[in-house]
Design a protein around this ligand. Structure first.
Ligand code: C6P
Length: 409
């Protein structure tokens, strides 16, 4: 069964809102998704009925909070095909998850001259932590180039994947190009030189079925806020045997086994990596978000977005001066990046906002990719379960009005 965005919309209270007297068209879901009533209600219910700290109280409320918190860990594991809940570490977001691997694994195990392989299409969150490691540990960074179409150029993989590569870290799906990368193929190549694989799943988990066991990767990172869940909670999944050898990068209560006045010992994962009181209500929201996405069906979500991306590409290509970026056909996700000469993307976004159309403009936290594309910035429309073709039509109408306003022919 296909997904009907006009029915799904009814689950998202914010989409009933008017902006400047016009119905809201939200096309920035890659930045953060809107939240369905079920998620808002789960968080509210947690505060109204359960609110207590986890893992600490011997009373019913705390037991209920802990059961919800740990039960969600098992739900997350099942959602991403992880064999066991102990591989699921709650963090704040994808950025923190990647930093945790950089600090807890790479900083501990990599030595000068070891190589980390990234790609030209990475988000800053999967570049900057490795820059720091290169400075601090003398690790060498290499990058898989991209083709002019916006796919990873795997024909060049042999030039950058070497016997010294210890980790390959890349986005499952690009937040700019929409490209969905062939994780299994890259994992096979990485394993052939004995490297581990970290996948940045920020733009994949919300939009398609992800099975970390089938992918064969070692670490997988994602954020709840892009998948109908709340801000403030994300996940690092790691193979438990790797997590067990890793150092925590923030320590304190909950991470410890025993504390003496002069030293302490640490718990097993995942708790070793979860210092202090966690984002408990947010975890309740994450559980509801997973239930919600499962109720729609991940395959249906992916098919819906791929169709929207193709529709947007066709409509945008018909506008004089409009240049779309990213692969013209699948496998790709629901992202449409474009420029519209001679109007700066920031001006486009500001003009579209007058029509209550929300798009993102800028470098999308991917400055090296912008350089590769030969642009300083792009406009970006990104789609989700509640997006319909009529939202895209509203954007295109508004783009045409903007062209008129700027006197374009
Ligand atoms: N991209 C976008 O508008 P956080 O902020 O930690 O939840 O996610 C970081 C991140 C990591 N990897 C990829 C591929 C991403 O797209 C993002 C977030 C948003 O494109 C905000 S910059």
């Amino acid at each position: 069964m296909g997904l009907d965005p006009n029915v799904v919309r009814g689950d998202f209270p914010i989409l009933a809102r008017q902006v400047r007297g016009k119905p809201l068209v939200y096309l920035d879901s890659a930045a953060t998704s809107q939240k369905p009533e079920a998620v808002i209600e789960a968080m509210s219910r947690y505060y109204r009925e359960i609110n207590a700290n986890v893992h600490r109280g011997a009373y019913k409320l705390s037991e209920d909070a802990t059961a919800m918190f740990e039960g969600t860990r098992a739900k997350v594991a099942a959602f991403i095909g992880a064999p066991e809940p102990d591989g699921v570490v709650y963090v704040r977001n994808t950025t923190e998850a990647i930093n945790l691997v950089a600090y807890g694994w790479a900083r501990k195990f990599l030595k000068p001259g070891d190589e980390v392989l990234l790609t030209e299409m990475e988000h800053h969150s999967n570049l900057v932590p490795w820059h720091r490691l290169a400075v601090e540990r003398g690790v060498v960074l290499r990058h898989i180039p991209i083709t002019d179409e916006g796919r990873l150029d795997l024909a060049k993989l042999g030039d950058v994947l070497t016997k010294k590569t210890r980790l390959v870290s890349f986005a499952h799906a690009s937040n700019v190009l929409g490209t969905i990368n062939p994780v299994e193929e890259i994992v096979r190549a990485a394993k052939s030189v004995g490297a581990l694989v970290l996948v940045d799943g920020a733009q994949a988990v919300p939009h398609m079925r992800v099975d970390v066991a089938a992918l064969g990767c070692d670490f997988y990172a994602f954020s709840a806020h892009k998948m109908c869940g709340p801000t403030g909670v994300g996940v690092l999944w790691g193979r438990p045997e790797l997590l067990r050898d890793m150092d925590p990068f923030m320590v304190g209560g909950e991470t410890i086994l025993e504390v003496f006045l002069d030293h302490s010992t640490f718990r097993d994962p995942p708790h070793r990596f979860e210092p202090g009181t966690p984002a408990i209500a947010e975890v309740a929201g994450l559980a509801a978000a997973i239930d919600y996405l499962e109720s729609l069906g991940l395959d249906a979500i992916h098919a819906h977005e791929e169709a929207l991306a193709a529709y947007a590409r066709k409509q945008l290509s018909a506008i004089p001066g409009c240049v779309p970026y990213g692969p013209p056909t699948g496998p790709r996700g629901g992202v449409a990046c474009f420029t519209l000469e001679p109007i700066h993307p920031h001006d486009l976004a500001t003009c579209l906002d007058q029509d209550a159309v929300c798009i993102r403009a800028g470098h999308h936290c991917a400055q090296p990719l912008m350089r590769r594309l030969g642009v300083g910035a792009t406009a970006r429309a990104s789609f989700y379960v509640y997006t319909s073709t009529s939202d895209i039509d509203r954007m295109v109408e508004s783009l045409n009005r903007t062209r008129e306003f700027f006197g374009c022919r």
